[in-house]
Design a protein around this ligand. Structure first.
Ligand SMILES: [Zn+2]
Length: 246
């Protein structure tokens, strides 16, 4: 199965925000990028990467005319290595992660779930663990709570556990756009979420519970575009929702 590794860039009036940071191409060129021997053994047997230096997040941003140093906030959907690989190149950014996701680092052997401590707990990384606040907003009924990133409702984080225990999604709203829900790895293809088909890794029951919440949200938010990190169709879907489709 061929999958893209996507991150999403949001221009907010308070500054640039990233949703996920991609993978570090150093995984191909640095022999001890993964510190555990078993991880180094398994990696090339499970994944075949088609990457170059140009895929590093700061280079990707530069191509868009955005300096990596101008990213104020990076929202991390979950701690897998293909989502946190860019944090070393965003040393000034505040990195938002759910408290539940962060707690995986205290459990035995997070590296067995491809959560690589050596690239997460780095001295330069400005992590902020977030918790989800209860809300009376009927839009978010069913979700355990929300976290409003900018305080204006434009970027709302929602717990959508299953792929990992602390995975989150981000709802983006702007008056002249269709709303967009970035779901990270909740599903690899949006049609699978609609059909309640669990592919990929994670806890099946937890994934199905999160699917139901997202499906309910979509009923309440007509026109909602759902974008999954590893779904090729996400780019087009987001372009359509934001009025940038060719
Ligand atoms: Zn993942």
């Amino acid at each position: 199965m061929r999958l893209p590794l996507q991150a999403f860039l949001i221009e907010h009036r308070d500054g640039w925000v990233l949703f996920d940071t991609g993978i570090d191409p150093a995984i191909l060129t640095t022999p001890d990028y993964i510190s555990s021997a078993i991880g180094r053994f398994l990696l090339p047997r499970i994944f075949r990467f088609h990457l170059s230096e140009a895929d590093r997040i700061d280079h990707v941003l530069a191509k868009l005319g955005v300096a990596a140093g101008d990213i104020r906030t990076a929202v991390i959907s979950h701690l897998h290595f293909d989502h946190v690989g860019g944090i070393a190149y965003l040393p000034q950014a505040e990195l938002l992660v759910s408290e539940r996701e962060w707690s995986i680092l205290s459990e035995p052997h997070p590296e067995r779930e491809w959560i690589l401590r050596e690239h997460i707990e780095t001295p330069s990384a400005k992590w902020r663990q977030i918790t989800f606040e209860p809300t009376n907003d009927p839009l978010f009924e069913g979700f355990e709570g929300i976290h409003d990133v900018a305080g204006d409702g434009s970027m709302v984080l929602l717990p959508t556990p299953g792929h990992t225990k602390g995975s989150l999604s981000m709802l983006i709203r702007r008056e002249d756009w269709d709303p967009i829900l970035l779901v990270g790895d909740l599903t690899y293809e949006v049609p699978l979420l609609d059909q309640n088909v669990v592919a990929g890794t994670g806890d099946r029951q937890m994934l199905l519970a999160s699917f139901a919440k997202v499906q309910a949200l979509r009923k309440r938010l007509p026109g909602l575009t759902i974008a999954a990190s590893h779904h090729f169709a996400a780019t087009q879907a987001v372009a359509r929702a934001t009025g940038n489709a060719p």
